[in-house]
Design a protein around this ligand. Structure first.
Ligand code: SF4
Ligand code: SF4
Length: 627
């Protein structure tokens, strides 16, 4: 493990990724407990914490879901422990009920929630701005601009949490999680803080009379934030033009101001404490300003708060930002969006732009990996559905298989809500069979999603005998976020081996009819699917085939796949280039010179499924023992 995470070398400057900086900050805070459910862009944080947990004497856990992770943190807090919970934006929404109640009952030992927002939804289904959760739950929130702040804000968040007896949230965004920057290391405590003895009369209970306490706590946090070292102002003492920025917006704004010649009459207020806002600090500058530009990721949160403050204080201000339209309303900020906005705001002309290159960048569509079992599953599902007299309805869920809703999975599903939703949406549709709906209903989930949120839905659907088929895409991994262990894998975040849970046994215990199949056995699995679609009640089909990436690492034999171009009929075979165009594995390519199919040996992982699909038997597979 990287020494920069665990070595006590205060003052040493190292290069760190934002996610690493959070890990280092947690170590410098002397945490006792860390828990998370994987979610990009912050999946790496708990993975790294798990690897160093034994060395640094704390416990780290990949929890079954975010609620389990957060509430376990509350449990450790009751005994005075420091705990950190890491979630992505959607995970923060998952813990909403627990978070709102925690805000009201307060905490004992410090609890820090790190949430990662994904502007432009690079690795998410949607954009979301976590600041709304902080506002509505009345929980203090910090937002780092760079890697140094990402590290330093963790101990600071614990300090605020313990001074106010409240959970504190740190909001990250994708560029802070994955960007790299210089970080000066701090001190790691040599001894861990002692835990409290829980007294008979200690309480941490959500009751309505705590509502006022919660609001008073928020005001106490606001007072602390007025003096926070994470809010910076630069520019004239009484600016007429003021930019208020948060997170990466600060960096883009500084770059834009620099490119525009560092105008001396423009003030820049960088806010690291994004909720509750330090109103005195803000008003000190707003009272002289005539125009304000808000630069922030995702939603016009600061912009709206500035409008509210201006209205309340009767200030005559023109406020620019994402709502007003100067900055793109949706999608991630970048220099190409912020520079023109700052140029328009300051009235300074745009600097000339250097041309980079005429070579167009390669584009890559969303696609399953070469040899991915999900491609085969959605192929057989499509085949099975097309054999039905009455077309069926397919409900999707969240995981790698989300891509099946597009060309990658032959538009394999039609409805998708959020993680764990497929079973419930299908349950509703399945109940309509008593009211004249005769279409088969199918949904799916991955093995990790099964444990995350499908279990309660399955319990509900089985108890009410819904007419539907659940396909569990069991690839033995939480593959989308980086192969984190889950209860079916028999491993923990700290590397301990434990008894794995059987998805089959769980489904059978819930009175479901269960079958298992291999998606690579195209004919047999399609026939089984057609048979199961006609069985009444709730059926579960477990598609077992490890993730192609795991297979590629563990395969004992060398597999070579190639196209016998003498057999391949090319454009004349009547398959309309099925192998390279429709099937869509990156290993199946097209030889434009020969007008025939070809296998790309670099991409192909040797699953051999395309050989079963070629009507001419032109795709050959050879297996040899590895030397
Ligand atoms: S390899 Fe088979 S499926 Fe692909 S183009 Fe040739 S004949 Fe058609
Ligand atoms: S054998 Fe065919 S389907 Fe499998 S990885 Fe290679 S090209 Fe893709």
């Amino acid at each position: 493990m990287d020494w920069t995470l665990t070595t006590n070398a205060p003052g040493k400057i190292v290069l760190m990724q934002g996610n690493e900086a959070i890990v280092r900050g947690a170590v410098e805070s002397g945490i006792h407990f860390a828990a998370s459910y994987p979610g990009s862009p912050s999946s790496q944080i708990l993975g790294m914490l798990g690897k160093i947990a034994k060395e640094r004497n704390f416990y780290a856990q990949w929890a079954t879901n975010e609620i389990a992770a957060f509430q376990a943190c509350l449990g450790t807090s009751f005994a005075g422990a420091r705990s950190i919970c890491i979630v992505k934006q959607n995970g923060l929404l998952c813990i909403a009920d627990a978070l709102f109640c925690a805000a009201q009952h307060g905490i004992k030992g410090g609890v820090v929630v790190v949430t990662s927002d994904d502007p432009s939804a690079h690795s998410s289904t949607n954009e979301f701005d976590s600041r709304h959760m902080a506002l509505s739950a009345s929980i203090p929130m910090l937002e780092p601009t760079n890697m140094q702040e990402a590290k330093d804000m963790v101990p600071y968040a614990f300090e605020i949490s313990e001074r106010t007896k409240q959970v504190v949230i740190i909001r990250l965004t994708t560029r802070v999680c994955h960007g790299r920057g210089s970080v000066a290391l701090g001190q790691i405590p040599e001894t861990q803080r002692k835990l409290d003895v829980v007294d008979e009369w200690d309480r941490m209970v959500c009751v309505s009379f705590r509502h006022q306490v919660m609001l008073d706590t928020l005001e106490a946090a606001r007072e602390l934030f007025e003096e926070s070292p994470y809010n910076h102002y630069s520019g004239p003492e009484h600016p007429e033009k003021l930019i208020v920025a948060g997170g990466t917006g600060c960096l883009y704004t500084k770059e834009a101001l620099h490119l525009l010649g560092d105008p001396a009459d423009v003030g820049l207020l960088e806010l690291g404490t994004v909720w509750p806002l330090p109103e005195k600090l803000l008003l000190d500058k707003l009272r002289t300003a005539k125009e304000v530009l808000a630069v922030e990721e995702v939603d016009p949160f600061l912009e709206d708060e500035l409008l509210r403050l201006a209205g309340r204080e009767g200030l005559d201000l023109k406020i620019w930002g994402r709502n007003e339209g100067t900055i793109n309303r949706v999608g991630e900020l970048d220099p190409d969006h912020v520079l023109p906005a700052v140029s328009a705001f300051t009235g300074l002309p745009m600097p000339p732009r250097q041309k980079t290159s005429d070579v167009p960048l390669l584009t890559r569509d969303l696609n399953f990996c070469a040899g991915c079992p999900h491609r085969a599953t959605f192929f057989v599902l499509k085949q099975a559905m097309r054999r039905e007299k009455v077309p069926g309805i397919v409900v999707g869920d969240i995981g790698c298989y989300y891509m099946a809703g597009s060309e990658a999975g032959q538009y394999g599903w039609q409805v998708n809500n959020c993680m764990g939703s497929g079973i419930n949406v299908a349950e509703g549709l399945g109940q309509l069979s008593a009211y004249g709906m005769d279409q088969p209903v199918v949904t799916m989930c991955g093995d990790s999603t099964f444990f995350h949120t499908v279990l309660p839905g399955l319990c509900n659907a089985s108890y009410h005998n819904s007419n539907m088929l659940l396909i569990v895409l069991d690839n033995s991994a939480t593959a989308m976020t980086g192969f984190q262990p889950h209860p079916g894998t028999g491993l923990t975040a700290m590397g301990d081996e434990v008894k794995p849970m059987s998805i089959r046994a769980i489904c059978e215990a819930m009175n479901c009819t269960v079958e298992e199949a291999d998606p690579f056995e195209i004919e047999e699995t399609t026939a089984l699917l057609n048979d199961m679609l006609h069985r009444p009640g709730l059926k579960v089909l477990i598609m077992k085939q490890p993730c192609a990436t795991l297979m590629a690492k563990s395969r004992k034999e060398k597999v070579t796949v190639w196209v016998d171009q003498d057999k391949c009929l090319g454009d004349n075979c009547g398959c309309d280039r099925f192998c390279s165009r429709v099937w869509g594995c990156p290993g199946n390519s097209w030889d434009f010179k020969a007008g025939k199919a070809v296998i790309d040996p670099v991409s192909c992982v040797g699953c051999g499924v395309c050989a079963k699909l070629c009507p001419q038997g032109a795709i050959q597979v050879k297996k040899e023992a590895r030397a």
